[in-house]
Write a protein that binds this ligand. Structure first.
Ligand SMILES: [Zn+2]
Length: 141
């Protein structure tokens, strides 16, 4: 499928990729989850920013992380805030604490496994939604 036709068939919002977030999306395309890491103090954070939220250094790098984490919270969305989600209602939105520290908001995929439960161990999986964009989801580890 060409990029154009994939983008046309994908009706949900897509990220605006810029110079700050490009490394994240490049990793995601390879099905690697990455977070920004401060080379001055070592703090790992997500989402990325121009400076470290802990020490304000602008010396940041991208680190591929394990993709493993713990489900901190989750909820079912019953309302389609974007029309592209209408066919999937209700869908799971989750908050995951990565093993490396950062919190990340995503979707929980049951994939025939157990339903979401606070405290469960989860792992990252990726959905290739267009040629350019792969989105991280989480599922039971
Ligand atoms: Zn720092």
């Amino acid at each position: 499928m060409t990029q154009q036709s994939m983008s046309e068939t994908y009706t949900k919002p897509l990220p605006k990729i810029d110079s700050l977030t490009r490394p994240y999306w490049d990793h995601a395309k390879k099905h690697e989850l990455s977070v920004q890491r401060c080379t001055a103090c070592g703090d790992c954070h997500f989402p990325p920013g121009p400076v470290c939220p802990v020490c304000l250094s602008d010396d940041q790098e991208w680190q591929v992380v394990s993709g493993r984490g713990t489900l901190v919270s989750w909820g079912k969305f019953h309302k389609a805030y974007w029309s592209g989600f209408a066919d999937e209602l209700p869908y799971n939105v989750c908050l995951v604490r990565l093993e490396e520290g950062p919190l990340i908001v995503s979707n929980f995929r049951e994939d025939g496994g157990p339903p979401p439960k606070v405290g469960m161990e989860v792992r990252a999986v990726f959905d290739d939604v267009t040629e350019e964009v792969s989105l991280v989801r989480f599922t039971s580890a």
